[in-house]
Design a protein around this ligand. Sequence first.
Ligand SMILES: [Zn+2]
Length: 331
Amino acid sequence: MTSGGRDASSSLNDHVELTPPDINPYRAGNTTVPYVSTFDSGLAGPHAMICALMHGNEISGAIAIDHLFQNDVRPIRGRLTLAFANTTAFAMFDHDRPYDSRFIDEDMNRVWGAGTLSDQKRSIERLRARALAPLIDTADSLLDLHSMQSGDRPMLLCGPSRKGREFARLLGGNAAIVADVGHANGVRLRDYGQFNSSESPRTALLAECGQHWASTTAETAIEMTYRYLLSLAMIPPDLADPYLQKGPEPDHWVEVTDRVIPQSHDAFFVENFLGLETIAKAGTTIARDGRREIQTPYDDCVLIMPARRLTPGQTAVRLGRKRHFEEHHVT
Ligand SMILES: [Zn+2]
C-alpha cells in the first residue's frame, strides 16, 4: 500500500509549473459576451468553439487559447469562437492554494441541464453559463479544455454516442478515447443540448490534457487545439505540424461501465493509481472501503481518473472496458 490514496487533495503539495496567462486583453472580445471572441473566415464551414477555464484552476486551457491569440491563428474556412468560461474563479487563482479556484459558488461543469440553466437560482457559474449558452447553441462543434488531478496521458471524453468517438479518433494523437455518460449530479457542457443526440451532427469533446499544473499539460492543450482545428480542416496542416507530438494512436476506446463510490470515511486505493492503468484479472482488489474490498468486475479493467481524496458518496474512480473501434453495439 502506498500513502497516495489517503491524502486529502487540499493538503497535497502540488508544484505549480504553469503561470496563468493575462486574459484581460481578451475581456472585451468582439461578441456581446465578455471574454468571448469569434473569427469568421467568410467562407463556408463549421462553427467551431474552443472553451477553456470551465474549471477556474485548470489554467492549461487558458494558456492554449492565449497561444492561439498570440499566434493569430484564424480559420481558413467556417468560424472559430474562443471562450474563457469561469473567469471569476480564474481571477482567484493562487499558486499556494491552487485547488481553491476551481469554482466560486458551484461546479460550472454541472449546470448545463435545461432545467438548471432556466431555473431561478443565481450563482456566479449559472449566470456565466446562461450568458454563454446562446453562443454555444450556434456552434457545430465544441472542444472543452480541462486537466486532471493526476496522470500524464491525455484523454478525450467523447460521450456515449458513436459520432463522439469517431470525432475523437479523427483528432488522432495518443490520447485515450473514453466514452461515458457524464455525472449524476449535473450535466457537463460536453453533454449539453444536442451534443449527445444521434439525430444531430453537432459534436463535443472534453479534453483532459494532463495533470493540472504540469508544464507538459499546457503543451498538450495547445496540441489539442491544433488537432481539433486540423480535423475540421479549419487550419492548414503545416500550421499544426510543429505542435503535433508523434505517438502510438489507440486501437480501442474505453467504455465506462461502473463508478466506485466509497461509503466509509476509511477508504483508500491499495496503490497510488494515476489513471488509465489496465488491471488484467477480474476480482483484483483496487481499493478498500472500511471492511469492504473493492474489486475489478472484469478482465482488462481500465481505471479512469482516480480521485486523490476518497470521500464517502463521491466517485472515487470510474471503471472502463476496452472496445475495438469495429464493434458497433453502442450507438
Ligand atoms: Zn475540469
